[in-house]
Design a binder for this molecule. Structure first.
Ligand SMILES: Nc1ncnc2c1ncn2[C@@H]1O[C@H](COP(=O)(O)OP(=O)(O)OP(=O)(O)O)[C@@H](O)[C@H]1O
Ligand SMILES: C[C@@](O)(CCOP(=O)(O)OP(=O)(O)O)CC(=O)O
Length: 430
């Protein structure tokens, strides 16, 4: 290793993912091994071109820069601008595993040569930023740990494929195991005690079903009271229902969901809604009970259920992770337009809201709905099938904002150094 004062960096971006068959319950807390398989989809990656600049932003993603330098005296991490400790077992396990797979790295332009054996002595700096609420039931740990492992793997020239990397990300957070791929991803339970057969596989990539449209209703950005880690531990300890779910329900649902992903929307919708409801029923069966959804979440469920029933076949699926925020999957753009129209009718923004901050992501759906300003929302027609008595039932301000997006891709490396979160000379946050 040459001793000049250099800093070598890599920056990656990873969208978060939503589970359509939920992971809830561990059989090993340290290695993070699940009691059931789980299937997730990658919805939250919608490139949003900002017209006045060449910047490409993404909706709901984590950006992580990792750096290595002989200047660094210890491993350090900054999350959303604040320094945090890396002493926790999850971070330590990820760092140890990835370091053990590091290879020789050479950057001829910068005159940097790191040999495989040097990695044990070198320290890393990590800066990560979530452009969405952290620890609020929007899977920040999934995007966060997947992005960290992916970025470190690139920096350290780790040759393992995404499946192998998923076993490392899994040790940061279970849901991160599914986040190394785009599209639909299955986390295989595995049987081995060391967890080596508990990894993820891609079932279908993001292009396989790209007419799906996803609308996320962010009902609350507040940090939830019971983290997923604590919640699922308490469910395993106290819920009788969780065993039935793990033994008799999820194995069949996984098989059915894999079949349905061949573009059978009604089956995907039925399975997704049923699994979300059952996961929340397990939370309720936990002692003390865990309430992740709120009245707004319940209202959204009943609107979708009524609509689906009136059509005779599901048009929209809903699913809720460990929080009140709804992820709604529409079978195509036409249905998504109707869905957004209905959502805006029931949950109009307060009058002083800028529409561009109320509907984020692919806001072009707003045009299809025929809305240009907040004022237009007031004149939206009443959704069919509601009696006039209920027409006045509007819940202004109960949804913080909506995001329109599509199935998305997996982690990507950002080659443009201006997007790095660490300074290229000091390796400290910019
Ligand atoms: N960008 C990130 N990089 C590294 N770690 C992160 C990042 N974002 C979040 N985390 C870790 O994940 C923790 C939050 O995980 P938690 O499971 O409580 O919430 P969540 O993932 O947002 O919600 P849920 O999993 O229920 O959808 C944070 O306290 C932090 O330790
Ligand atoms: C409801 C879920 O979102 C739970 C996610 O739990 P986490 O992956 O956040 O938990 P840990 O493994 O303890 O970090 C369902 C899912 O993503 O499958």
């Amino acid at each position: 290793m040459n001793q000049k004062k250099w800093v070598l960096m890599a920056t990656a971006q990873t969208p978060t993912n939503i589970a359509v068959i939920k992971y809830w319950g561990k059989r090993d807390e340290t290695l993070i091994l699940t009691i059931t398989a789980a299937i997730g989809m990658r919805p939250w990656f919608y490139p949003l071109m900002i017209s006045v600049s060449p910047l490409i932003q993404t909706t709901f993603c984590t950006t992580t820069t990792v750096a290595v330098s002989p200047l660094f005296h210890q491993d350090r991490m900054w999350l959303n601008g604040k320094e945090m400790s890396l002493s926790g077992i999850r971070y330590q396990n990820c760092l140890r595993e990835i370091r053990s797979r590091a290879n020789d790295v050479e950057d001829e332009k910068k005159g940097i040569k790191i040999e495989k054996k040097d990695w044990e002595k070198l320290h890393v700096h990590i800066a990560s930023y979530n452009n969405f609420p952290t620890a609020a039931g929007l899977a920040s740990s999934a995007a966060g740990f997947a992005c960290l492992v992916f970025a470190l793997a690139k920096l350290m020239n780790v040759k393992d494929d995404e499946g192998k990397l998923s076993t490392i990300a899994r040790q940061g957070s279970g849901s991160a195991c599914r986040s190394l791929f785009g599209g639909f991803v299955k986390w295989i339970t595995g049987n081995k005690e060391d967890g080596s057969d508990s990894f993820s596989v891609q079932l279908a990539d993001e292009k396989h079903w790209d007419d799906l449209v996803i609308i996320i209703a962010v009902v609350s950005s507040r940090q939830k009271e019971t983290s997923s880690t604590t919640g699922m531990r308490e469910s395993v300890e106290t819920s009788m229902f969780i065993e039935h779910r793990a033994k008799d329900v999820v194995p069949q649902r996984i098989i059915q969901m894999e079949e349905a992903i061949t573009r059978d929307f009604p089956s995907v919708a039925r399975l997704t809604c049923a699994d979300s409801n059952q996961f929340h029923a397990v939370c309720l069966d936990t002692c003390p009970p865990i309430f992740y959804m709120n009245d707004t979440s319940h209202r959204i469920i009943s609107y979708v259920e009524k609509w689906n029933r009136s059509e005779g076949t599901p048009q929209v699926a809903y699913t809720f992770d460990a929080g009140p925020n709804a992820v709604l999957i529409a079978r195509n753009r036409n249905i998504a337009t109707q869905l957004l129209q209905r959502l805006l009718f029931y949950f109009p923004p307060p009058l002083d809201t800028d529409l561009n901050s109320y509907v984020l992501g692919d806001a072009s759906i707003l045009k299809d709905v025929g809305i240009q300003s907040v004022k237009d929302v007031e004149y939206l027609p009443q959704p069919p099938g509601i009696s006039n008595n209920n027409a006045s039932l509007k819940y202004k301000g109960d949804v913080n904002y909506f995001i329109c997006t599509k199935p998305g891709r997996g982690p990507v490396l950002l080659s443009d150094e201006s997007q790095a979160l660490l300074n290229a000379e000091t390796g400290l946050p910019k």
